[in-house]
Design a binder for this molecule. Structure first.
Ligand SMILES: CC(C)(COP(=O)(O)OP(=O)(O)OC[C@H]1O[C@@H](n2cnc3c(N)ncnc32)[C@H](O)[C@@H]1OP(=O)(O)O)[C@@H](O)C(=O)NCCC(=O)NCCS
Length: 426
C-alpha cells in the first residue's frame, strides 16, 4: 500500500490524502486541498525543495559529500577513467566495452572540425568578447549547420548530434580563445586524444609538434571528469526547460552555457581568482573574513545549494593542485586560498551555515597554473558539462512524464483597473 500524507486544513475543513512516492508528494495532488476557494499550490523560488524530474544519471548526497555518475563514485572515475569514457557512461548508463569505447573515441575524433562558415560568425565578434558569449552564440548557431538535430525523436539523429557537439566543444572553445589573442586557429589533430588535442589547439605556437606533459593532460582529464555532470543544477535545469518546448540539442545547450556563465554557477571559479588577487596576501585574510561575516562580500568558492559537507570534487581538485604545482611551480595565491579555507572550516559563521569549499575553490588555481586566463575558466567547465547536458537532454526527450516547463506564480500586482487615456495621466 502506498505511503500516504494526510492533510487537514482546519478553517475550510478540507481533508486530503496524498500519496508519497520516492519521498515526494505530487504537487498537483495538493490541488485537492482548497483554501479560500483556490486549489493549494507550493511556493518554491529556486526549486529548493522541489523535484522537477526523475533522473537515473547522477546521484548526490549533499550531507555525506557523495557524488556518483550512474552509481560509480566520482573518486573512482577520477582515478581510473577518461573523460570520453565518462561521457559515454553518462549517456548510455553503463561503462563502455573496449570495442564501444574505441568506436566512440573514433566518432568523436571524426567530428572535431568546425563548419568552415562558423569561422565567419566568430570573426564578427569584438576582439575582447568574453569566450562564453562566443560559446553560447556558436552552440546555438550549430543548429543552422546541423538542422537534422530537430529530429530528436530519432535515436540515431539524436546520438549523432550529441557526438558532434561533444566533439566540437573543445574546438569552439580553443578558437574563441585564440580569436581573443589574435592568433591563427589551430585545427584539431587526429593523432591526439580529446584533452591533449584541446591543449594543442589552445597553446600550439610555431613548434612542429605540440607535446604537453602527460601529468598536465591527466589533470585536464580529471577536471573534465569532475565537471561532466551534477544533476539538476541551474544550467542543466535550463537545458531541460528549453528542451521542454520542443527544441533541438544545440539551442538547449546554448541556454545551458548562458546559465553556466553566471558568477553563482560556473563563473564562480573566475570570481574566486579575482577574490584571491584582491586579498593578495595571507595577512589580509582576517580583514576579508570580517567583510564576509558582515555581509559585505561573499566568499566565492564556498557554499553550495546541495553540499552541506566538503564537496567531493573539491577534495580531488585540491590534490590535483598539488600535483600540477609540482610541475608548474607554486602560485603564491595558494597560500591565501589555504588560509581562507582554514577560517572556513573553523569559524562559527561558516561552520553554523555548513559552508564548505566547493568545486570552484581550487579549480581556478589549477587552470591558471595550466596557462588559462580567467575568462576561459567557465569555458573549461562548459566543455565537459556538455556531456551531462546531453545526457539530461536525452533523458528528458525520452521521459514519458516530460511536460513543457511552466511554473505557477503568486500574482502580487494591481487588481483589475481601467485603462487611463494619456491626457488623463499625471
Ligand atoms: C552556491 C550558493 C549560491 C548557494 O546558495 P544557497 O543554497 O541559496 O544558500 P544561501 O544563499 O541561502 O546561503 C545560506 C546562508 O549562508 C550564507 N552564505 C552562503 N554562501 C556564502 C558564501 N559563499 N560566503 C558567505 N556567506 C555565504 C548566506 O549569506 C546565508 O546566510 P544567512 O542565513 O545569514 O542569510 C552560495 O553558497 C554562494 O553564493 N556561494 C558563492 C558562489 C559559489 O562559489 N558558487 C559556486 C557553486 S558550485
Amino acid at each position: 500500500m502506498a505511503d500516504l500524507l494526510q492533510i487537514r486544513h482546519p478553517s475550510s475543513g478540507t481533508e486530503a490524502e496524498l500519496a508519497i512516492t520516492d519521498g515526494t508528494i505530487r504537487a498537483v495532488d495538493l490541488r485537492e486541498v482548497v483554501v479560500d476557494g483556490e486549489p493549494l499550490a507550493t511556493y518554491d523560488p529556486g526549486y529548493v525543495n522541489t523535484a522537477s524530474c526523475r533522473s537515473a544519471i547522477t546521484y548526490i548526497d549533499g550531507n555525506a559529500g557523495v557524488l556518483e555518475y550512474r552509481g560509480y563514485p566520482i573518486e573512482q572515475l577520477a582515478e581510473q577513467s577518461t573523460f570520453l569514457e565518462v561521457a559515454w557512461l553518462l549517456l548510455n548508463g553503463e561503462l563502455p566495452t573496449a570495442g564501444e569505447l574505441a568506436e566512440w573515441e573514433r566518432l568523436i575524433t571524426e567530428h572535431r572540425m568546425l563548419p568552415d562558415k562558423l569561422k565567419t560568425v566568430l570573426a564578427g565578434f569584438p576582439y575582447d568578447a568574453h569566450p562564453m558569449t562566443i560559446l553560447m552564440a556558436s552552440t546555438a548557431a550549430f543548429y543552422s549547420f546541423y538542422p537534422d538535430a530537430r529530429n530528436f525523436d530519432d535515436p540515431e539523429a539524436r546520438s549523432l548530434n550529441i557526438a558532434r557537439l561533444i566533439a566540437k566543444m573543445p574546438t569552439l572553445a580553443a578558437f574563441a580563445y585564440r580569436k581573443g589573442k589574435a592568433k591563427p586557429y589551430i585545427n584539431p589533430d587526429d593523432a591526439y586524444g580529446y584533452c591533449h588535442n584541446f591543449l594543442a589547439m589552445l597553446f600550439k605556437q610555431a613548434e612542429r609538434r605540440y607535446v604537453a606533459d602527460e601529468r598536465l593532460i591527466r589533470a585536464v582529464e580529471v577536471l573534465f571528469i569532475l565537471h561532466a555532470d551534477h544533476e539538476q543544477n541551474c544550467s542543466t535545469s535550463a537545458v531541460r526547460s528549453v528542451a521542454s518546448s520542443g527544441n533541438d540539442l544545440y539551442t538547449c545547450v546554448s541556454a545551458g552555457v548562458g546559465a553556466l556563465h553566471g558568477p553563482l554557477h560556473g563563473g564562480a571559479n573566475e570570481a574566486v581568482l579575482t577574490m584571491l588577487r584582491e586579498i593578495g596576501t595571507v595577512d589580509r585574510v582576517p580583514e576579508f573574513i570580517e567583510g564576509v561575516k558582515a555581509g559585505r562580500v561573499r566568499m566565492m568558492g564556498f557554499g553550495h545549494r546541495v553540499y552541506k559537507n566538503y564537496d567531493p570534487r573539491a577534495k580531488i581538485i585540491k590534490r590535483a593542485v598539488e600535483d600540477v604545482f609540482e610541475i608548474t611551480g607554486v602560485n603564491p595565491l595558494l597560500q591565501v586560498a589555504q588560509e581562507l579555507e582554514k577560517y572556513g572550516l573553523t569559524d562559527e559563521y561558516f561552520v553554523s551555515r555548513r559552508l564548505y569549499p566547493n568545486v570552484d575553490f581550487y579549480s581556478g588555481l589549477i587552470y591558471e597554473a595550466l596557462g588559462f586566463p580567467p575568462e576561459m575558466f567557465t569555458v573549461l567547465f562548459a566543455i565537459p558539462r556538455t556531456a551531462g547536458w546531453a545526457a539530461h537532454y536525452q533523458e528528458f526527450i525520452t521521459d514519458p512524464d516530460n511536460k513543457i516547463a511552466r511554473p505557477k506564480q503568486i500574482y502580487t500586482g494591481y487588481p483589475t483597473r481601467s485603462y487611463v487615456p494619456i491626457e488623463d495621466r499625471g
